[in-house]
Design a protein around this ligand. Structure first.
Ligand SMILES: NC(=O)c1ccc[n+]([C@@H]2O[C@H](COP(=O)([O-])OP(=O)(O)OC[C@H]3O[C@@H](n4cnc5c(N)ncnc54)[C@H](OP(=O)(O)O)[C@@H]3O)[C@@H](O)[C@H]2O)c1
Length: 339
């Protein structure tokens, strides 16, 4: 590579969308020992990028930074000591750098033409998986895979209620729960999202802007019972938190599971422990995406058993618009950027 600069989407300071800028003079990384330079073919946004843009308490981001956690591409250059990978290899990047933390937050991420990546973050892409299919996987679908499949939380025929079902993690949960044979009740906040969730295969849909999802579930399946396993749903998937937490506890059947991996609307919700002990509920946390989750997902795509939901594919010049769509809850599935 003779060039010394590249195009990238930079976050200059914490704040809002106006603090993001596409530049064409960001230093092009060179491969260092144990690292490769990936030519980014596709990257994708997550709600985490909104948190990074705004700034999160306790997380000191070294600014300016290239945002974007997810990326897939080809190796452009391999550094010394890298023997398992060579230029041209197609790779998906696990965004967690073991030394420094998350890509796109603690070090430059995927919203750029090229990115420096430690060799142990690379996962080989099967030839039948495209870059646009792979880029939406790591953070959102990887975490959904971990919650449902790696943690073995869903049984065939169980009733699984998914909150925030229209988003990245949400569409991943709907697809994987259906794949596992569950009856899926998908909840979202607009008529259009509800329609698309039905098309995605949800058995039941609830617009929680109009209907109390917890009451709906109790009316539909009966009140959960203390001395039997009648009533309620088997599983609630909740990464929204805030005022959705207590209603989630209320509609779970005895022995039911509440799966949690985030808290978009607030991490310290009002709690009611009586539901937890009376109905012997299990609260199961999941954090991040391991290489096996990413390999499992790419295998499912290769076998034709799943397809990530991509709402929009944008060029780097319009990437900030992609993040606005996520911030304003106007996305169904994922926004992919092709630098
Ligand atoms: N622990 C981990 O490793 C991990 C990994 C991935 C994600 N997460 C967390 O999981 C959450 C979802 O991430 P994502 O990337 O899937 O986000 P996303 O694509 O933006 O989807 C979130 C969905 O939640 C719904 N929602 C409900 N209340 C909301 C609110 N107050 N603000 C914004 N959206 C709201 C929205 O749907 P409606 O408009 O239809 O309600 C939205 O589609 C985030 O909190 C994220 O940080 C954690």
């Amino acid at each position: 590579m003779n060039r010394t600069t590249m195009r990238a989407l930079i976050l200059r300071r914490h704040g809002g969308l106006s603090d993001l800028e596409v530049v064409d003079d960001h230093p092009l990384p060179r491969a260092t020992e144990g690292h490769v330079v990936v030519r980014v073919r596709a990257s994708s946004f997550n709600y985490h990028d909104v948190f990074t843009m705004r700034g999160m308490p306790g997380i000191k981001v070294p600014l300016p930074v290239v945002i974007g956690l997810d990326m897939a591409g080809e190796i452009a250059e391999a550094g010394s000591g890298v023997s398992a990978w060579k230029p041209g290899d197609r790779v998906l990047v696990n965004p967690l750098n073991k030394q420094k933390g998350l890509m796109g937050e603690m070090l430059d991420g995927g919203m750029a033409e090229y990115c420096l990546v430690a060799a142990d973050q690379l996962v080989a892409m099967p030839s039948r998986v495209t870059f646009e299919e792979a880029a939406p996987l790591p953070v959102a679908y990887g975490t959904a895979h971990r919650m449902l499949i790696t943690h073995d939380t869903i049984r065939k025929g169980e009733r699984v209620l998914v909150l925030g079902a229209s988003g990245g993690v949400g569409t991943g949960c709907v697809i994987l729960a259906k794949h596992l044979g569950a009856e899926v009740i998908a909840c979202a906040g607009s008529a259009d999202k509800i329609k698309r969730l039905k098309e995605l295969g949800a058995d039941e849909v609830i617009n929680y802007q109009e209907v109390d999802f917890s009451k709906w579930a109790i009316e539909r399946y009966g009140k959960p019972q203390r001395r039997s396993y009648d009533g309620g749903v088997d599983v609630v998937i909740n990464f929204t938190g805030g005022d959705t937490w207590q209603p989630s506890l209320r509609c779970l059947k005895r022995g039911g599971k509440l799966l949690v991996c985030g808290a978009t609307a607030g991490y310290d919700p009002k709690e009611d422990l009586r539901y937890v002990w009376t109905f012997e509920l299990k609260i199961i946390g999941s954090n991040s995406f391991y290489d096996d989750d990413l390999k499992g997902l790419m295998q499912l795509i290769e076998q034709g058993k799943m397809k990530p939901v991509i709402d929009k594919v944008l060029p780097l010049e319009e990437a900030a618009e992609g993040l606005r769509l996520i911030q304003d809850r106007e996305v169904f599935g994922k926004v992919v950027v092709t630098p």
